[in-house]
Design a protein around this ligand. Structure first.
Ligand SMILES: [Ca+2]
Ligand SMILES: [Ca+2]
Length: 196
C-alpha cells in the first residue's frame, strides 16, 4: 500500500547527532565561561555635572580659567597656567573662539582687555604654533586693518586675544596682560557591574 508518510526517523536521529556534535565542537572553541568578567568600563568626555570645576568654567567642550585681575608677561602667564595643571589656551577653531568671547563679553570684558593665549612664533619668526598642543595656528583671525601678525618692532612673538572681539594679535611677550588657561579635557570612567 502506497503511503505518503515519510519514514524519517533515522534522518532526525542523524540530524540531532550532527547538531549535538556541532554544539560540543563549538564549546571546544569557546573560552572558559568563567573568564568573562562581569565588569564593563565606559569612558566619557568631560566630568559629571555634580563636580565643582571652580575656578575653571566649562564653555562648550572646554574648561577655561580667565584671569580677571593680575597682569603678567606671556612666560609668567604660561607658568601660572601650569601651576593649575593647565596650559595657556589654544583657540583652535571659530566655534571655540565665539563661545569664549560670548562668555567674556557677558562677564563685562572689553576690547582693550588683552589676554595671553598659547600661540607664539618664538621658534621661527612668522611660523605660529600653539604651545599647549604643538600644532600650527590653522584658525588665526588676526586683527586688522593693519596686516597682522606684523612683528612690530621686530619683537612680537606671542599671541593675545581681546576681551570682546573674536580676534588675535602678535605682541611683545614681555608686555603684561591678563591670560586665559585651558584645562586638559578630563575623562570620566564609569565601571559597571553586569549580572550575566
Ligand atoms: Ca614674531
Ligand atoms: Ca602685532
Amino acid at each position: 500500500m502506497y503511503s505518503r508518510q515519510c519514514q524519517c526517523g533515522w534522518r532526525w536521529t542523524l540530524f540531532l547527532l550532527v547538531v549535538s556534535g556541532m554544539w560540543k565542537l563549538s564549546l571546544a572553541y569557546l573560552p572558559d565561561v568563567n573568564i568573562f568578567t562581569n565588569y564593563r568600563t565606559e569612558v566619557y568626555n568631560g566630568i559629571p555635572s555634580e563636580i565643582d570645576t571652580t575656578p575653571f568654567i566649562r564653555i562648550g567642550d572646554n574648561y577655561y580659567y580667565i584671569e580677571p585681575i593680575n597682569k603678567v608677561n606671556w612666560f609668567q602667564a604660561a607658568g601660572a597656567c601650569r601651576m593649575m595643571n593647565a596650559h595657556l589656551a589654544s583657540i583652535e577653531d571659530k566655534p571655540e573662539m565665539m563661545a569664549l568671547i560670548k562668555y567674556m563679553k557677558a562677564k563685562g570684558f572689553k576690547n582693550n582687555d588683552y589676554f595671553w593665549i598659547s600661540g607664539n612664533d618664538l621658534g621661527t619668526e612668522g611660523a605660529f604654533y600653539w604651545m599647549s598642543s604643538g600644532r600650527p595656528l590653522t584658525y588665526a583671525p588676526w586683527v586688522g586693518p593693519k596686516q597682522m601678525p606684523d612683528n612690530y618692532g621686530g619683537n612680537e612673538n606671542c599671541v593675545h586675544m581681546f576681551g570682546a572681539r573674536e580676534l588675535i594679535n602678535d605682541a611683545n611677550c614681555k608686555i603684561q596682560m591678563l591670560y586665559v588657561c585651558e584645562a586638559t579635557e578630563p575623562k570620566t570612567f564609569k565601571f559597571t557591574y553586569i549580572k550575566w
